[in-house]
Design a protein around this ligand. Structure first.
Ligand code: HEC
Length: 149
């Protein structure tokens, strides 16, 4: 439910437009806390940074395509568990960098991260790496957020 409150905050502070990318070094992820989640979990992260996730419809549309093209929908739904966990409310239980790492490095996460390990233990399926490039993460997260993530 706090997602909705924060959505208003975002609407008022439209973030900086991403630098035009012309094949230069990819910009990594959303402008969130720089802390990477380690085996100890996300305790060092200062802000949940859900408000750093875009609500721009164009970004959400781009993220919808990433979600579809990468096959996420084969295992995940919103409001219902499929092969993988229900992604509704994911940002209320996880930090943004954790979610990003889960998407880009699921195999490492299920070996090292306590929460990911726990998911794997209960679901008995390992999320495969979907090869999502870092520059696609902001849009993908925007889509998750738009779906109540
Ligand atoms: C083959 C099925 C499968 C596919 C495809 C898949 N996932 Fe997963 N996902 C899982 C499983 C299973 C888990 C739980 C961790 C584990 O057991 O590996 C998970 C966990 C997650 C989590 C953490 C959820 C939570 O409650 O903390 C997120 C976020 C996530 N996946 C997003 C994605 C995205 C985005 C994609 C597409 C790029 C994707 N997944 C593709 C099966 C899948």
């Amino acid at each position: 439910m706090f997602t909705f409150v924060l959505a208003f905050t975002v609407a008022c502070s439209s973030g900086p437009a991403p630098a035009p990318s012309t094949g230069a070094a990819p910009k990594v992820a959303a402008p969130v806390a720089a802390v990477v989640v380690g085996p100890e979990g996300p305790t060092k992260i200062a802000i949940p940074a859900i408000d750093a996730v875009s609500t721009d419809p164009a970004v959400v549309t781009a993220g919808t395509k990433v979600f579809t093209d990468r096959g996420c929908g084969g295992c995940h739904k919103f409001g219902e568990k499929l092969v993988g966990p229900d992604l509704k409310g994911v940002f209320s239980r996880r930090q943004i960098p954790w979610v990003e790492r889960m998407i880009t490095d699921p195999a490492v996460m299920v070996k090292e991260d306590p929460q990911a390990k726990e998911l794997f233990r209960s679901l008995m399926v390992e999320m495969p790496k979907q090869g999502v490039p870092p520059e696609d993460l902001p849009a993908l997260l925007a889509y998750l957020k738009s779906q109540g993530g």
